[in-house]
Design a protein. Structure first.
Length: 147
């Protein structure tokens, strides 16, 4: 079966350097009956992973693999070359949305947004001109964790 999968992937023009096999397992199938268990043959499995760079081929590859006898598609992972940038942008947007939501709640409650104690401390330090060097503060935290 692995040979059939590999041949199909090659035929589908999946780059050979992106195809990887792993997790080969061999074992026995057992059938449980009341008061006993009987060996009912054997099984073999191998995981095959690959990278599909052309997303327009996704459906044909999926249908082709799922149509092979004794082949099970157990998972699909989707990634993007700019994933880290997208994640960082999403985090910033999430924080901005949370801030806007909090401000909206505060307006409805006819209250004011309060800052946490650390924000007030940092503002007072900055006003005094004694803002600690961030690199020095980071080294201090690392040293205290290692101690």
């Amino acid at each position: 079966m692995v040979a059939a999968v590999m041949a199909f992937l090659t035929q589908s023009q999946i780059a050979e350097e992106t195809i990887q096999t792993s997790g080969m397992q061999l074992g026995e199938n057992w059938t449980l009956a009341p008061g006993s268990r009987e060996r009912d043959g054997y099984f073999a499995s191998t995981d095959v992973s690959f990278t599909l760079a052309d997303f327009t081929k996704y459906s044909s590859v999926w249908i082709g693999l799922s149509g092979l006898p004794a082949v099970t598609v157990r998972g699909v992972d989707v990634d993007h070359t700019d994933r880290i940038r997208f994640q960082n942008d999403a985090r910033v947007k999430a924080v901005l949305a949370a801030r806007d939501k909090a401000q909206g709640c505060v307006q409805v409650a006819d209250a004011a947004v309060a800052e946490g104690p650390r924000a007030g401390y940092a503002r007072r330090q900055a006003a005094r001109g004694s803002v600690p060097d961030p690199e020095h503060a980071l080294q201090k935290r690392k040293a205290s964790r290692d101690a």
